[in-house]
Design a protein around this ligand. Structure first.
Ligand code: Q46
Ligand code: ZN
Ligand code: ZN
Length: 319
């Protein structure tokens, strides 16, 4: 397979775009597509500060890299969850994030570009800040549920939102790719979760005070496209998934959707884009309820019921 632009050996063939590209032209294409998504969905401008949620995996590091190379003011946030058994997942992923900043590959190399300032990596260590690791709090509070994912998800959402607001970031960017998005879309469609469908989008505006705007600039890339970008750019990322992710439903849906893609190239992309079109045309409008929010009596973050928010209740934070 040869690159459509220069005839060199291609590193990727994207059947759904009928496009094969070499490393150099692929990296160029990936950046241009990212920029297009940022503009199309009005995610953020170069004047705004962006906080990237960094896990140490390929998607979030690819996102941080491409934003910096496009000249955006992007810092990172790593949340140390304390998941280090049976593999040292959290420790290794933090190392990867730190290495990414230290090695400086993200620097813009164009001669006419100003030297990019070194991005900041914020690190929030959950055990050091709140007294327990994620597996520990899950065992203490959510007995019988097996996976610590509910406690983990709640904690990550809270910490990301709070740090973004406190540090004055205009937006929080996550590395969700198309495979992530359609796995959730498939699940929500299977169960006709209209409220969730109404809220699934590349941009969640900061509709309420205390909630930061959230964006997913990589939502139109297949997982193998973000992986190829990370590989070609020489980004050292953690290959292992969180040990608690194995065997979850999302991965099962991803496998199903990949089978569909093999039979019908482009099926994954059109599933997502047609959903967004229907959404834009108001198909889920009636389900877009804005619930009344209150300020948590302890931390002040928005919460649906008066009193302490779910985070402060789970972590036993009181005044
Ligand atoms: S990190 Fe946390 Fe995930 Fe691990 S414990 Fe579950 S939610 S699987 S994205
Ligand atoms: Zn080429
Ligand atoms: Zn609270």
């Amino acid at each position: 397979m040869r690159c459509r632009k220069c005839g060199e050996r291609a590193v990727i063939n994207m059947r759904h775009h009928k496009l094969a590209l070499c490393g150099e032209h692929y990296v160029e294409w990936f950046a241009a597509q990212t920029e297009r998504a940022i503009e199309k969905y009005a995610m953020f401008s170069r004047e705004e500060r962006v906080l990237v949620a960094v896990s140490g995996g390929k998607d979030s590091l690819a996102l941080w890299d491409v934003l910096l190379r496009l000249g955006y003011q992007a810092d990172g946030l790593y949340i140390a969850l304390g998941i280090n058994a049976p593999i040292p997942y959290s420790d290794v992923s933090l190392e990867k994030a730190q290495k990414f900043v230290a090695n400086g590959n993200w620097r813009v190399t164009k001669e006419d570009a100003l030297p990019a300032p070194r991005p900041t990596l914020h690190v929030v260590d959950i055990a050091a800040t709140y007294g327990k690791t994620i597996p520990e709090i899950a065992r203490a509070k959510m007995r019988g549920q097996g996976r610590p994912c509910a406690a983990c998800g709640l904690t990550k959402r809270y910490v990301m939102n709070r740090l973004a607001l406190e540090q004055g970031y205009a937006v929080l960017a996550t590395g969700h790719n198309l495979d992530d998005e359609i796995a959730v879309l498939f699940q929500n469609t299977l169960h006709w979760q209209m409220g969730y469908l109404a809220r699934q989008a590349p941009v969640l505006p900061a509709s309420r005070e205390g909630l930061v705007k959230k964006v997913k600039p990589l939502c139109r890339f297949y997982e193998r496209e973000t992986a190829t970008y990370a590989l070609v750019r020489g980004i050292d990322y953690i290959y292992d998934e969180c040990p608690h992710a194995t065997g979850n439903l999302t991965n099962f849906y991803k496998t199903l959707l990949n089978q569909l893609e093999t039979e019908s190239p482009g099926a994954k992309l059109s599933f997502y884009l047609e959903f967004l079109r229907a959404r834009d045309e108001g198909a889920f409008e009636a389900f877009n309820r804005t619930e009344e929010l209150h300020a948590c009596e302890v931390c002040g973050q928005p919460t649906s019921a008066p009193g302490r928010c779910a985070f402060c209740r789970m972590w036993d934070v009181s005044r």
